[in-house]
Design a protein around this ligand. Structure first.
Ligand code: AMP
Ligand code: MG
Length: 409
């Protein structure tokens, strides 16, 4: 039987240093060409410039009449009807107007239009009672997108509007960054599959499934490596199998000071451990290593530590690996709705629900903040950055927070 160690051989690094060590190694993995019309959620790897003016010809912005503004108020002869998608093929002369539908090309000669609700028409004669200026209600060439303009920037994440823009520009293929493949391994002799029968004291594997879900939410594809026993060779084999198939490996558990905490020595044997402890709560033993060009994160076994460490340290790396130029969650200032107690010695990320109330962002901590109480993550849309100290922060105090989800309604 080996003895329990009293001191970790790994120095405790500050959070900023941990981020620096990780982000220096999280460089985009590569680029692929995909269907532009289903590219939402991907990060753009090219700058998209418009090849055309949109619209390419002047068009009616509303249903009404195309006419010559210089004719002034008074009557017009209605000489034609112009509909969308049809080349008008006529010239509007002085004293004339054409019925025109939204989106139809303006006929030659007409330099303005008047919406139907501002007019009267009787027996082919239109009455215009309002003075118009040249260009009124006309959708001009390049008004929506000018030819040669930058429409989408490389490094930005594509959403529904961007898919619409790509379609507008006639782009059916687009270059995006490759999604990272993330393998997740659970460790522990007490850990069992959620669907398996459970001996007294056994713990259902929540971390592997929560971490895979979080990695997919961060835009990655995932591989499950199952549960490895607390045995050096079993964990080493599982880690090697994961590294062979994935860009990033996340292990859960086995990074603390117990005699069965084997992840750090295995990673030190296979590659380089960049840090093995962070001045951070919850998740002090979080470990970061590289094996070749693969990134490995060892997050602690307690479910809250595991997910908060993912959120704070792993997620930004996964975003940077897929080219996201803004890999970090938005950071905002919030007001505490109730008092909270900081950790005496380490910065702590407390789970909170943030909502817009009376003109400011109010934060409420989501119940007990114990590392095993996964329910504290439920309903949380923010991580409060609580600096260490002896005194509680009173209600009304202001702290920074990372927004991890939409504001509470
Ligand atoms: P460890 O970091 O391996 O010392 O584990 C710390 C605590 O987290 C122990 O109570 C474990 O039972 C629990 N734990 C470890 N792995 C998991 C997991 N995959 N899912 C849920 N709880 C876990
Ligand atoms: Mg363990």
């Amino acid at each position: 039987m080996s003895e329990l160690r009293r001191e970790s051989p790994y120095p405790m690094v500050p959070i900023e240093e941990a981020h620096r060590l990780i982000m220096a190694r999280a460089v985009p993995l590569g680029v692929e060409e995909i269907d532009a019309l289903a590219s939402e959620g991907r990060v753009l790897a090219e700058t998209v410039v418009s090849p055309d003016d949109i619209p390419d010809v002047p068009k009616a912005a509303m249903d009404g009449y195309a006419l010559r503004a210089a004719d002034g108020v008074g009557q017009r002869r209605v000489v034609a009807e112009v509909t969308a998608g049809v080349e008008p093929g006529l010239v509007i002369g002085p004293g004339e107007a054409a019925r025109i539908m939204t989106g139809a090309p303006m006929p030659a000669g007409a330099d303005a239009m008047i919406p139907v609700e501002l007019t009267r028409e009787h027996a082919g004669v239109l009455t215009v009672e309002r003075a118009l200026r040249s260009g009124d209600y006309v959708h001009t060439v390049g008004q929506d997108v000018a030819r040669g303009a930058i429409v989408l920037q490389a490094g930005s994440m594509l959403g529904a509007a961007d898919v619409g823009l790509l379609a507008t520009l006639g782009r059916t293929r687009v270059r995006v960054y490759r999604r990272p493949v993330v393998a997740v391994l659970a460790t522990g002799d007490e850990i069992v599959e959620p669907g398996a029968s459970r001996a007294p004291g056994a713990v259902r594997d929540s971390n592997r499934y929560a971490l895979m879900a979080a990695a997919r939410e961060a835009g990655c594809t995932t591989i499950s490596l199952g549960i490895a026993r607390d045995d050096y060779n079993a964990q080493r084999d599982a880690i090697l199998a994961g590294l062979a198939r994935a860009d990033v490996l996340i292990t859960s558990g086995g990074v603390s000071m117990g005699t069965r905490d084997l992840i750090k020595p295995i990673l030190a044997e296979l590659g380089t451990v960049h840090f093995g402890r962070i001045a951070f709560k919850p998740g002090k033993p979080t470990t970061f290593a590289t094996v070749g060009d693969k990134l490995v994160f060892g997050v602690p076994g307690y479910p809250v530590s595991s997910l908060v460490s993912f959120e704070v340290f792993v997620r930004p790396a996964l975003r940077a690996l897929q080219g996201d130029e803004r890999p970090h969650r938005p950071r905002v200032q919030v007001t505490l709705a109730g008092a909270l107690r900081p950790s005496p010695d380490r910065p702590e990320y407390q789970r909170a629900e943030v909502r817009w109330e009376d003109g400011r962002l109010m934060a409420r901590v989501t119940g007990g903040q114990g590392s095993s109480r996964l329910l504290s993550m439920r309903g949380a849309n923010a991580l409060l950055l609580v600096p260490p100290g002896e005194e509680p922060y009173p209600a009304g105090a202001e702290l920074d927070a990372l927004l991890t989800g939409p504001l509470a309604a």
